[in-house]
Design a binder for this molecule. Structure first.
Ligand code: NAD
Length: 415
């Protein structure tokens, strides 16, 4: 049996396979794989108790052939250069597949944000921004929230960047609405995941109303995916967060879940359901599974126990490459991360465009344009898969890598 490899190795293997299928010329592979710029910074912060701690901050700018670098900021104890490099690569393919005018990047700080006070996080974020501002910019690199960061984090980055460059709302997306954030941005990745989940359900000959859904992770992506699946008529029968999972075969009460989480509780505190652990949630008998928490949750250890027939990657790289092979051999339909959670970067593009034009869109327009772009990305991926006999993941990579390679060629870097 194939072994689970690292997220970076898995991502590079996906690029290599696409390069082979597309027959790209020698040299192009190196330009596609190698990050264009990477920065590591030491971030001293005076903590509330007067001691000084030095954190490590990263930004991996993978590729900007189709537009400025774009990608999230992750605050997590596992954050390191390899991690942000893999995630930055995924952003390049995501923006290309969605056909928004950005490249790909990712950044982060090796920190457990839950251990820091709000004041300490504010100081840490400002220090990061001051250390990185020369490689950021509205036409250079535009961060957004990711695991462990939020609209508040973006507000701190915008403020620190603005103290050097002047008021620049377009420097980050996923900002608070009051500072130029876009309506619908926070819900967009989960909404997009639900839209493509419903497309996959219909392609499989069923309807959302006949379908049951389990979602791992009830943060920005998972909660919005749950809401949109529910609004589309599907039954959300299980959800989880880091503290536990809850299931109810009659369907969970989404309003109650939102209220519980907003009050600082765990989804597993919900009275109307049975408790599970996160492993059990992944193996639940349901039609659609949406892993929307972290990477590497479906591995060779549990892939053959997954019973859902459709898996929608709300999180980035929740399935290892070896687990992907097992699932494909069992005829599971997988909607890959670069398609499934592209709603986030699509709405970020709308936010950036609104900031540049100093013009605000109505929510209805954001959602309409989002649905249009994510459906278009789904259509082109499915057409490519049908035409070439590939999986949706392979097809998505072929479309995205092909677009980036074309931009690199036109710019005159290769060939
Ligand atoms: P978040 O911090 O808002 O929520 C994460 C959720 O996952 C929380 O409910 C948390 O309790 C849960 N969780 C964390 N570790 C877990 C574990 N080990 N087991 C089970 N649950 C766990 O994060 P988010 O923004 O929703 O991001 C989730 C995933 O989606 C990440 O992979 C992120 O890269 C990806 N993503 C986010 C966006 C975005 O705009 N927020 C866009 C695209 C992709």
């Amino acid at each position: 049996m194939a072994q689970d490899n690292s997220m970076l190795d898995g991502t590079i293997a996906s690029i290599d396979a696409a390069v082979g299928r597309l027959g790209l010329e020698n040299g192009m592979r190196e330009v596609l794989v190698e990050p264009w710029r990477e920065v590591i910074v030491g971030l001293p912060v005076k903590m509330d108790d007067g001691t000084v701690r030095v954190f490590k901050g990263y930004r991996s700018q993978h590729n900007a052939s189709r537009g400025p670098y774009k990608g999230g900021m992750r605050y997590h104890p596992n954050t390191d250069l390899e991690h942000v490099r893999a995630l930055g690569m995924l952003m390049t393919w995501k923006t290309a597949l969605a056909d928004v005018p950005f490249g790909g990047a990712k950044g982060g700080i090796n920190v457990d944000p839950k251990e820091l006070s709000t004041h300490e996080l504010n100081m840490l974020t400002r220090r990061y921004t001051l250390s990185m501002h020369h490689v950021l910019g509205v036409n250079r690199d535009i961060p957004a929230p990711d695991l462990g960061t939020s609209a508040q984090t973006m507000a701190w980055i915008m403020d620190a960047y603005g103290s050097i460059h002047g008021h620049t709302p377009g420097i980050v997306t996923g900002k608070p609405i009051e500072l130029g954030g876009s309506l619908g941005r926070a819900e967009a990745p989960g909404r997009g995941a639900a839209v493509v989940a419903c497309r996959a359900i219909v392609d499989g000959g069923s309807t959302p109303e006949q379908s049951t859904v389990a979602i791992q992770g009830y943060g920005a992506v998972g909660s919005s995916a749950a809401r949109t699946m529910f609004d589309n008529g599907a039954k959300v029968i299980a959800v989880s967060d880091i503290r536990g999972a809850i299931t109810n075969s009659a369907g969970l009460d989404i309003d109650e879940l939102d209220r519980t989480v907003a009050g600082g509780g765990s989804v597993s505190d919900l009275a109307d359901g049975d408790r599970l652990n996160n492993d059990e949630l992944l193996e639940l008998d349901c039609d659609v599974l949406i892993p929307a928490a972290i990477e590497d949750v479906i591995t060779t250890r549990n892939a053959s126990k997954v019973r859902a027939r459709i898996i929608v990657e709300g999180a980035n790289r929740p399935i290892t490459s070896a687990a992907d092979q097992i699932l494909v051999s069992e005829n599971k339909k997988i909607i890959p991360d670069i398609l499934a959670n592209a709603g986030g970067v699509i709405a970020s593009y709308f936010e950036w465009a609104q900031n540049i034009q100093v013009f605000k869109w109505e929510l209805e327009r954001v959602n309409r344009e989002l649905d249009k772009l994510i459906n278009r990305a789904y259509d082109i991926t499915r057409e490519q898969a049908e035409r070439t006999g590939t999986t949706m993941r392979e097809a998505a990579f072929d479309v995205a890598v092909g677009r980036v390679a074309e931009a690199i060629k036109i710019r005159g870097y290769v060939g």
